[in-house]
Ligand binder design. Structure first.
Ligand code: ARG
Length: 281
């Protein structure tokens, strides 16, 4: 009889366990579509930032998108991409319009007041782009009193606004438009993240990137403040990708850290010309 009772109790406990398992727990990071039952992971980005995010054949692609696919895969979710202005991303994250901002976004103290950041996944810098024949801007100090173009709301914008004493900071939604205005002489310089600077300036024959880096920054993924479950999931994928060498693969795929050969060539020519000129004097 005693045996039978304990067996009954054991059975009841197992039944309880099953009941607990049956309750589907929906974590705050993901949204379940009632109709299709698919779990989605919605990232916001600004696809004006090759090679991290850009449009190719009507599709948003790039280093950040490949990384986001890995995160979604690990979460068993489907990746949804929302393309928007860069300066709207922090608000979109903190209001829950998107689950995460994945946009080559640099960690800053100010942004940390509104969002939480994942582990960093890329080290970057702001650089100055000028016309190869520019006689006015050769160093960061030369930005003083000049018209300097930036992408609105970026760390380039913040740096120039706070440090350069520029005559005017021209703010653009798209980096490529800033470069067009640089080429046509409407602005004196553009300040942009190094890799996108190499990518976009390569489309303009006469533009060069100055050697001097203005900042050292780290890209990370932003989530809503306190969304620890999502942050943990994202960090786990970042760790896995680091261990598996996936970031090195992505760097290779997107030509990151490759020397800006074209730009360097033009600079070299400049130096030669200058040297010739000083000799002639
Ligand atoms: N790293 C810079 C920042 O955090 C620029 C990022 C711009 N990203 C983009 N997808 N347009 O402000």
């Amino acid at each position: 009889m005693k045996k039978f009772l304990s067996l009954l109790m054991a059975m009841a406990m197992v039944a309880c366990l099953f009941a607990a398992c049956g309750e589907t727990e929906v974590t705050p990071e993901t949204t379940v579509d009632e109709a299709t039952e698919t779990v989605t992971f919605t990232m916001g980005t600004n696809a004006e930032f090759a090679p991290f995010e850009y449009v190719e054949n009507n599709e948003i692609v790039g280093y950040d998108i490949d990384m986001a696919q890995e995160i979604a895969k690990d979460m068993g979710a489907e990746l949804v991409i929302e393309n928007m202005d860069f300066d709207g991303l922090v608000t979109a994250v903190s209001t829950g319009k998107i689950d995460a901002a994945i946009a080559g976004m640099s960690v800053t103290e100010e942004r940390k007041e509104s969002v939480d950041f994942s582990k960093p996944y890329y080290t970057a810098a702001q650089v100055i782009i000028v016309n190869a024949d520019s006689e006015t801007v050769a160093t960061a100090a030369d930005l003083e009193g000049k018209v300097v173009a930036v992408q609105e709301g970026t760390t380039g914008d913040i740096y120039v606004t706070e440090n350069c004493n520029a005559a005017e900071v021209s703010r653009y939604k798209k980096a490529v438009n800033a470069l067009m205005d640089l080429e046509s002489g409407k602005v004196d310089a553009v300040v942009l993240d190094e890799e996108p600077a190499k990518n976009y300036s390569a489309q303009f024959a006469g533009l060069v990137i100055l050697d001097e880096a203005l900042t050292a920054e780290e890209y990370a993924i932003a989530v809503a403040k306190g969304n620890a479950d999502l942050l943990d999931a994202i960090n786990a994928t970042i760790d896995r990708m680091t261990e598996e060498g996936k970031f090195d693969e992505l760097k290779e795929k997107y030509g990151l850290n490759a020397p800006a050969e074209e730009a360097e060539e033009v600079v070299a020519e400049e130096v030669v010309e200058e040297a010739a000129e000083t000799e002639a004097e």
